[in-house]
Design a protein around this ligand. Sequence first.
Ligand SMILES: Nc1ncnc2c1ncn2[C@@H]1O[C@H](COP(=O)(O)OP(=O)(O)OP(=O)(O)O)[C@@H](O)[C@H]1O
Ligand SMILES: [Mg+2]
Length: 159
Amino acid sequence: MLKTILVPVDGSEKGFNALKYAVGLSKDCGGKIVVSTVSLPYAFSEAAKEYVSNISDLVTTQIPPKTKSKSGDLITDFSKDRVLMTAKKKLARNKDLVVEYRQIIGDDPAKAIVDQAEAIKADIIVMGNRGMGQFAEILLGSVGNKVISFAKCPVVIVK
Ligand SMILES: Nc1ncnc2c1ncn2[C@@H]1O[C@H](COP(=O)(O)OP(=O)(O)OP(=O)(O)O)[C@@H](O)[C@H]1O
Ligand SMILES: [Mg+2]
């Protein structure tokens, strides 16, 4: 029986594969899904470049911070975040799932994910083996690698 499944997504296909896997896990083992994305704290971040197609979008992605996490990262309103909106669309058909969406503004995604897992007492983290990074030949990206190393809960890596 799981209570909380943390799924960090970065907009990549692998991240969304992880989300799909987490849905199955939640159906089989229970547990609320917390979908979380970590965005860099400045406008022309790599993340922003990937998802922001025009300048007005860029402005609307600058959302005022709402709360601060334990580690000091800012947690903002997710409503304008493209990665989370895509995740939400992908889960639209799964009516009986309990899902929360969180955007965390921080410059170290792995640290933010590990801290968040502890803060929400995640039973498990489900994430992709690769993300938006360019080096196709490596098996596991740096964020995944660091989360596996530092997370206190089990981590499932989905390919
Ligand atoms: N900014 C982020 N916010 C939330 N989850 C993330 C973020 N970056 C990566 N992840 C999660 O980590 C998984 C692995 O991504 P990772 O960044 O480690 O690989 P990569 O982008 O291919 O490599 P690198 O970032 O080292 O160039 C993703 O599928 C996603 O689940
Ligand atoms: Mg990456």
